[in-house]
Every structure is written in C-alpha cells, then in structure tokens.
Design a protein around this ligand. Sequence first.
Ligand code: RIB
Ligand code: CA
Length: 311
Amino acid sequence: MERLILDCDPGHDDAIAILMAGLDEKLELLGITTVAGNSYLENTTMNALKVVEMAGLDVDVYAGCARPLLRDQIVAPEIHGSTGLEGAKLPTPKRQAEEKHAVDFIAEMVKAYPGEINLVATGPLTNVALFIIRYPDLVEKLKRIVMMAGGIAFGNVTPVAEFNVYADPEAANVVLRSSVEKVMAPLDVTHQAIMAAEEIERLRKTGSHILQTLADLLDFFRSTYLDLFDIDGAVLHDPCAVMYLIDPTIFECEDLYVEVELDGNLTYGQTVADIWKTMKMKPNVRVLKRIDRKAFFDRLFEDLEKLAVRK
Ligand code: RIB
Ligand code: CA
C-alpha cells in the first residue's frame, strides 16, 4: 500500500489522476491539495471538490498557493476552458475546502507518517517548493516526490518548456535541488499515454452517468489538443505520475541529472536533462522514459470502471 497526497491543478488530466488515486486498491489517498495552474486557485479547488463529489470519494481538499513564487501568473484556458474543467456539468460539492493551508496539511501528514508519504504533484510545484522552504526539517521524512513535470526533448508552452514547470520555474528549481527521492514524468513519457476517441467511447458505452460525464470531459480535452497540437486524443499527463505509484514496472526509467533554466529568454523554464552525463553531476531524479501502454490503460479502465456501479 502506498500512502499519498495529491497536489494538483484540476484540470482534466488531474481529474483522472484524482480518481485513480482515490479508487486504486494499491493506494491510500490521505488528502488532495490544490494549486493555481491550469486555472486560478478558486477554480482548481472547486474542480477538485466537484470531482470528489462526483465519484463519492471520502477525501478532504486543502487549498494552497494562489500564484507562483516569483514569476507572473499564467493559466491555461485554451486547454482546460475558463473554469479549468469545462466540457461537462459536475455536481455541486457538499463539502468545502478545509481551513488549513495545503502546505501545513502536507507537513501535518509527514509528521504523522514519517517515511511513508508520497507527494504526487500534477500541477505547478509552488506548494511543494513552499513545503520544502517552510519545513526544511521535514523534507527528509517524505518518502518521495513524484511529479508530472518538464519535457526533455520538447515543451508544450514554449518549444522547450512544459506548463507545470513554466508556470513556476523557481519552484521547480527548489524541488529539483531538494535531497528527497524524486520521480519525474516528463512530456516525453506522458505523450505515450494518449487516450484515443474509441477508448473515451468505451467509458460512454458503460451507460454509467459518472463515466459518461467523464467521457464528456475527456472529449473536451481531446478537442482542445486537436485544435492546438493536432493530437486527436486526451493526453493523460497527470495519471502517469499516479500510475508510477500503482505499478512502477509499467515504466522504463533512467536516473539522470536534471536542472531547470531560470535565465534564458528562449529557454526559461526548460528542464535540461544531462542524458550523456557531460556535466559529471550525480543524478538527482528518476525520469520516466517509456510506458507499457496496454498495461497502463488496462489498469486505468479497471479503476475507472469501478465508478460504473456507483450512482
Ligand atoms: O503540461 C501538462 C501539465 O500541465 C498537466 O499537469 C496539465 O494538467 C497541466 O497542468
Ligand atoms: Ca495538472
């Protein structure tokens, strides 16, 4: 059993990551923390509450940082819509976000379960960086950080920078320099987890209202990727981070030295991986490189189809 906190910016792919984290029997989801990213904090927090309500998950949501550490804020309505989770009507949540700040909740859990907490980050790394800055003595008590972050061969917001890192590169720098075990799912691997139209249709065909709602969300996400990237599918970036905890054997990985560019004009926010070990630096992160696509989607459908028997 892997215990985790999911720090996210729902976001369509974050929504799938929330469901996997809450439904897979290998995982114990202790809480969800939200951060500004795909949309503003009030939207990402509301979206997390709506996904929890829709799936009937018993998990609390804690709001975190409303803006990046240093740079100006960016959001992604062109991908996720103005609310951050457009494409379907989700139920009004009964529960509200907790009073406690996300970073303080993470600290509380790490103190309660030293060495056992996986902090899975699927949005900008602002909350994670602030946890490291605010609670330096607790960093070594984290089991690991697993993040959907970065791109080695390409970016998606600029030619070389991926959104979660580009939205807060200084936070990504704090995280990459931290001493805790880190796992990174860059675009190079997440673009191998593209959910095709017929796979989305499989959810719709279950006849389950929840899965039809999910299919509507994924079709919206697919449509924006088709418009912007000419990719006809829902790219399941964030689920890759959660799937690593469920079954790391689904991935081929390599331990690499990775830094983030903070000064470049063209390259600001680029994650630079020293593939050829030219910098002679000790690897600081396990990078996911290849995916067993069949095993990934078999486990994803096994988890999502558990919702078919709910209301
Ligand atoms: O670049 C992809 C990442 O940015 C994903 O986490 C997606 O949800 C957006 O936040
Ligand atoms: Ca995300």
